[in-house]
Structures are given as C-alpha cells and as structure tokens.
Design a protein around this ligand. Structure first.
Ligand code: SF4
Length: 321
C-alpha cells in the first residue's frame, strides 16, 4: 500500500499578463510561475520545497491549499482530486491547512486571539460556540500561549507569539497536512528555533505531515526528511535530506549548497557562485531552464528539456548528465 498522502501531478500555474504592443494593440502573455511539476508527499514526513525567490515554491503551496486554481494538472489528497466536487461533509480543504510567512499581515487586527484561532471552525461551521472555545483554549496551551491571551488583539504580541497564533489557527480543524510557507523567515533568529521546535513537537502530538517551504537550507536540513529543489517554476531535483546534502546531482542544487555561508573565516571557501540573473518566467529559456547559468551546459541543453529521472532509489534529477 502506498504511503502517499498528497500527489502533485503535472501541475502548471500560469498568470495571464497584458503586454501593450503599441497604443492600439496589446497581447496576453503568461508568467509561468509553475511549469509542469510532479511530486509525492508521504504520510508523516516533512517535505521541503526550496529554491530562490520567484521559483514557484509559494505558488505551489498556495495551489495545494486551493488559494490558487491551477492552469493544468491535478493534486490528489488520499487518492482524490482536491479540485473535484466533493460530497457533503467531505471537504478536503479542512484536512489541508497553511501557516503563512508573515505573522503580521496574516492575522485580522480586529479579531481577538480567540476569534482568530476559532475562525476556520466558524467558516466551516464546526462545533458549538462552547466546543470551539474549548478547542481554542486547548490549542493556545499547545502552542505556548497563556489563557489570558484569549481576549487580546494581535498588535499586543511579538512576531514569535503571533506566529504561535498562526500555528494554532492552522491546527483548529485538525488537519493531516500543513503547508508551512516560510513560517520563520520573518522572525528574529533567536525566535526561529523556538517555533521550529514547537512545530516538531506538534507534528508528533497530532501526527501531522508538513510541506515546508523555505529558502533557508540550514533550516530545511534541520527539519525535513525529503527535499525538492525548484528553479524557474520547474522541479530540478528531489532526494532524501542526506542524499541531497551529501550527493547533490543537479548543478543548481550544487550552487545552492555552495552558497551556504561557512561561519569560520579561517576555512577557505571552494564556493563557485552562480552568475547571471534568473530569466523571466514570462519568457523562460528553451530546453533546460537552467542552461543560461549552468557551467556544464552543452548545445543539447538549449534544445531539449530534461525530465526528472531516478539516478538512485528515491533520488530524482532533471539533468541530461
Ligand atoms: Fe546544466 Fe545541461 Fe544539466 Fe541543464 S541539462 S542542468 S544546462 S548540464
């Protein structure tokens, strides 16, 4: 039996953009934010999604929680499409929740903490008001908030405390899968470890599966079981944490790992920095999406798009070599 909880199949998400040709004419072009990616997330694991800003990782996360509608492809949760019409009481969206990057803008400033955390239950008409309050108070305890915080407002809290509220809200509907969209990148370094430890504790307590989106490879290495690397809307490598950090196979992954700073000035760096800019997702290069910056590129790379292929058990890479 498969352990797959979520299967992303050939997902594409293109944003239409009107480009003016002259005063009389404009044409519609498309920003290819996500361009035909597939991957599987297993039950109970933490699956990392990494890449530079604009690579499509957050767009992928938002599509998984149905905040965005895909241009093509499908997403299966426990074998059923999340976009298919569901029977009464079978709403899969309650089983998949999200923790947003910015704990300041993701909380309604007019709501008390109790109301913020209860909001998903109110929207989905879950439980009586008394049951909701009991659930909220339990979740507040789980995430390290005090009972007197129930009637306070988000502006009365620090960034770390606000993210605890965001975590509690994500747990309100008792989900199986949580998309964590850079949940600690807006926080002070000293607070980041507290939130990451809290998330690990909650994963054990509530038997959760995480998709952890980040551009911080150290955090991903600490937290994730398997990691997928994205570049320009494409999936370029998927591997277990150890395989990816010990034996990176794609030149882009190697460049990302080389860019991790070494916190010791006496250790000489062997780093090869990436040169050039990321091409526009509105006009991505033909062939391999990385060929304009790849030191190993050859003529074939500019013509033929490499598909993900398995080079070792569970280690997939999209490169011709
Ligand atoms: Fe580099 Fe070619 Fe591999 Fe793309 S296919 S990563 S351009 S070597």
């Amino acid at each position: 039996m498969s352990d797959a909880l979520l299967e992303v199949q050939n997902l594409k998400l293109y944003y239409p953009v009107k480009v003016r040709q002259n005063v009389l004419r404009s044409e519609t072009r498309y920003v290819k934010a996500v361009d035909d990616i597939s991957f599987t997330v297993n039950k109970g694991e933490t699956f990392g999604l990494v890449g530079e800003s604009g690579c499509g990782k957050s767009t992928t996360g938002k599509t998984i929680v149905k905040l965005l509608r895909p241009t093509a492809g499908d997403i299966l949760f426990e074998g059923k499409s999340i976009f298919a019409r569901q029977e009464e009481g079978q709403d899969l969206t309650t089983r998949i929740q999200i923790i947003f990057q910015d704990p300041y803008s993701s909380l309604d400033p007019r709501f008390t903490v109790g109301r913020c955390i209860a909001e998903p239950m109110v929207v989905h008409k879950t439980g009586t008001p008394q049951q909701r309050e009991e659930r909220v108070r339990q979740l507040m305890k789980d995430v390290g908030l005090r009972p007197e915080h129930y009637t306070k407002y988000p502006h009365e809290f620090s960034g770390g405390q606000r993210q605890r509220i965001g975590v509690a809200r994500a747990l309100a509907l008792n989900p199986s899968l949580i998309v964590c969209d850079e949940p600690v990148s807006a926080l002070d370094v000293s607070i980041q470890a507290q939130i990451l430890n809290l998330m690990q504790d909650l994963q054990k307590k509530y038997d959760l599966t995480y998709i952890f989106i980040s551009h911080n490879l150290s955090v991903v290495k600490h937290l994730c079981d398997r990691i997928a690397v994205m570049y320009l809307g494409n999936m370029v490598e998927i591997a277990s944490k150890n395989d990816l950090f010990d034996r990176p196979a794609h030149p882009y992954t190697q460049a990302l790992l080389d860019a991790i700073p070494i916190p010791d000035p006496d250790i000489p760096t062997m780093q090869e920095m990436l040169e050039g800019d990321v091409p526009s997702p509105m006009d991505p290069p033909a062939g391999c999406c990385f060929h304009t910056r790849c030191k190993k590129a050859c003529p074939r790379c500019a013509q033929e798009r490499p598909r993900l292929r398995e080079i070792a058990p569970g280690h997939l890479v999209a490169c011709h070599f």
